[in-house]
Ligand binder design. Sequence first.
Ligand SMILES: [Fe+2]
Length: 170
Amino acid sequence: MKLNSLHDLLVEELRDLYSAENMLLKALPRMAKAASSEELQAAFEEHLTQTEEQVRRLDRIFKQLGAKAKGKKCKAMEGLIEEGKEIMEQDGDEAVLDAAMIGAAQKVEHYEIASYGTARTFAQILGLDDVADLLQETLDEEADTDKRLTEIAESANYEAATVGGEDEEE
Ligand SMILES: [Fe+2]
C-alpha cells in the first residue's frame, strides 16, 4: 500500500492494530489458563472480552473510512506473544511465572497504547472526530488494563520475591 497521505497512514496503522488484536484474541485464553493467581486469570479473561469488542470497533472504523477491514501482520505483536509463550513453556515457581507473565502482558498493553494513541491523533488531525472517539475508547481500555496489571503486579511481585533463594535447587 502506498503512503501518500496521512489518511493512508491511518489505515495502515489500523491494519497493524487489526492484526495485533486478532493475534491477542488467540493468545489471551492461553494466558488465562497459564496464570496461577485467580486475580490474574480474571484480568486476562476480562481483557479477552474487551478485545473482542475492540476488534468490532475497528470493523466499524474501517467501514466509516470506506476501507476494507483487513490486517497487516503485526510483527511486533507476534514477537511479544512469542515472548509470552516462552514464559508459559518454562518451569518454575508459580508466583515467579505469574510475575513474568504480568510483565509480558504489560509490554503488549504498552505497544497497543502507543499504536492507538498514534492512530487517534492522526484521526483528530484529519478531522475524523467519530473515528478519533472510537480509538480513544479503546485507548482508555488499554490504559485501564495496564493499570490493573500494575496493581496485580504489586502483590504478585512481592510474592515472587519470597520464593527461591541461595539453597534452592535447579
Ligand atoms: Fe486491545
